[in-house]
Design a protein around this ligand. Sequence first.
Ligand SMILES: [Zn+2]
Length: 229
Amino acid sequence: MGRIRTVKPEFWEDEKVGMLSRSARLLFLATFNLADDEGLLRWTPAFIKASVFMYDNDLDTKQIAGFMKEISDAGLLFPYLGGVSHQSLAIIVNFRKHQKINRPQPGKLPPPSLQNSAVRAMYARRDNWTCALCGLPIPGPSFDDAVNLSIDHVVHESKGGTDYPSNLRATHQNCNHSRGNREDESFHTPAYIEGMSEALIKTRNNSVIDSLNSTPNSIIDSVVDSVKC
Ligand SMILES: [Zn+2]
């Protein structure tokens, strides 16, 4: 157990958190303390048992694995295998949005690979499928590459930027390409994207309607995901 963290009052009001069993909710709270400043933590039942439930002799690792699955199924935490040794790790999806961190320490655990489309979709969900550069919706799988999802490095890789979550953000391919490795201040929305703005906003509005009609597990659903933690 490492770090002092804060819990916002919204934590208790969040429906996703509220739908968890009480034990899973307790474990989700504990992950804030277990995670490093990037929101990454080791994620195996044995490690969780030893770190969080050390006095609970009535719990076995199978039950703990069940709590862990509840949290990841709710989309609050994203499990992945990291690094060359394929360690079982997880990222608290909205960690930095809700934790104000003074003098953040660089991550020591390997971040999830951006080669994996599920990882890219997780960052898009975190960012509400909204392009960080132009502010317009990202429509999800699209026939038009220009508006497809692209993960941008806030500090460009050529300037030492990492694949850690705090350095990543969802953008349109065209916006990301147009920004290149320049500073955000010099970014102007490409004319092509500007021209599509109405259509993009329309896809967002349609998605909201679709999600009210409940299209389970669709990528559209995640557009209106608002996970707080
Ligand atoms: Zn954009």
